[in-house]
Design a protein around this ligand. Structure first.
Ligand code: ARG
Length: 269
């Protein structure tokens, strides 16, 4: 009887394990293959990172949708494509100071969504920038909720940038429950355009990606920060798949969108 039980449980275990996706069987500490080449980080190292959460239906709860960055206590910088289809700002929350994708933190409702009026005017994803005006100011601290400085100057080719988020850890894979970070070199717009095709990369965009691939932002990281020397230089925007050597990640270029960003913040503060 005991032998039969053992045989049956073994058979069950073998069968079940072949149905569990590899990603799920990884523990929090096993970082191999995590975020398309990234590593576990902590919100205290990226205290400007927020999780934008969206309530997709009346009975739904707020769920992580995109990343974003705190630029003033009541203004979040994010991507236009994260918010352009959202009808009502009440359906959005911003969560600051959280390590986990759907974990606890300072939750603040959004008062107003403003995205670039020339978003996708002539080129797909051009001017992919937006701000969220918060209903109340975030209470900043010296630890896990802080503003980030925005760059005035476009980063140059090969400078190392740092990207963070709770997005999927492989192309078409599962999102990460914990905040991940990865370093990727800046790719020139000319090089980037030669890969994506003439006219697809314009001045409002910035590219970054490892020559060998394997490191990138992915679905769910959108709207989140790309830092160069600790300053905000890009906003996660788009890419062809994720972490493919032939296709760098594409970001909205903060330096090139500064005029719009500054004017829009000023008009809403
Ligand atoms: N559009 C995606 C999002 O909404 C982000 C894509 C970034 N892709 C990339 N390969 N870098 O989350």
């Amino acid at each position: 009887m005991l032998r039969l039980f053992l045989i049956l449980t073994t058979v069950f275990a073998l069968t079940a394990s072949s149905f569990i996706p590899a990603e799920n069987s990884k523990s929090k500490d096993d970082l191999s293959g995590r975020i398309v080449g990234g590593k576990l980080t902590d919100i205290s190292k990226h205290p400007h990172q927020i999780s934008m959460r969206y309530k997709g239906c009346t009975t739904c709860s707020f769920n992580h949708r995109c990343g974003g960055s705190i630029v003033t206590p009541n203004i979040i910088l994010t991507a236009a494509h994260c918010v352009n289809t959202i009808k009502d700002a009440k359906l959005l929350h911003v969560v600051a100071g959280s390590n986990e994708r759907n974990g606890h933190g300072s939750i603040v409702p959004v008062k107003k969504i403003i995205y670039h009026e020339d978003y996708q005017k002539n080129v797909r994803y051009e001017n992919d920038i937006a701000i969220l005006v918060l209903e109340i100011e975030l209470v900043l601290n010296d630890y896990d909720i802080k503003t980030i400085k925005m760059t005035e100057k476009r980063p140059s080719q090969n400078e190392i940038s740092q990207i963070t988020g709770w997005g999927t850890t492989t192309q078409g894979g599962y999102p990460s429950d914990f905040l991940l970070e990865v370093d990727v070199p800046i790719v020139s717009n000319a090089d980037c355009e030669s890969r994506y095709g003439i006219g697809r990369i314009n001045q409002s965009m910035l590219c970054a990606g490892a020559v060998k691939g394997g490191k990138d932002a992915c679905q769910g990281d959108s709207g989140g920060p790309l830092l160069v020397n600790g300053v905000l230089a890009g906003v996660v925007s788009w890419g062809n798949g994720c972490a493919r050597p032939e296709y760098p990640g594409v970001y909205a270029s903060v330096a090139d969108l500064r005029t719009w960003i500054d004017a829009t913040i000023k008009a809403n503060s």
